[in-house]
Ligand binder design. Sequence first.
Ligand code: SF4
Ligand code: SF4
Length: 168
Amino acid sequence: MQMVDFGFRNELIKEEFSLNYCYQCGTCSSTCPVAYITNGEYNPRKIIEQSLLGFKDLLLKDQKPNVWLCCTCQMCVEECPQNVFLTEIFERIKNRIVLLGEPYPETYKLQAKSVLENGLAIPLTQPIIRRRDQLRLPVVESANVEEITKLLDATNFKTKIKLLEASK
Ligand code: SF4
Ligand code: SF4
């Protein structure tokens, strides 16, 4: 049985105060494309409810609903009548999952590795550059990898995300 953990709830509210404004109308879930294609198995309203109740184990260990399924499209944030910044709250939950060493999708490790090596989560390949050009999209500036590496080293990034495992 899940116990209400006011400490955990207050931590999340302190980091993203808009969590406090949710009145559980369900608009977020009804506009969410991931909720739609998973027949409601993924449910942003429920994640917010569990955050308000401080259901730490359900969110961080069981991951039910699985917060990693959010594709950060921001539809819910745009439609929420209470201006709850759901995706910010989800980021806080994801950060805690990683720091606790609980499982998270391998693809995030690979993207982190790519940021370290290329300064971009998705490296620019010739087909991507060509397609962007065809669509008249602006040129993507490459980042300064040296500066990024310094910043990430200063925050102990590689250890936090257990990046070394991803390169095995
Ligand atoms: S739309 Fe906003 S107020 Fe409604 S349940 Fe979702 S987060 Fe809460
Ligand atoms: S940001 Fe995430 S939770 Fe919100 S609508 Fe998009 S997929 Fe759903």
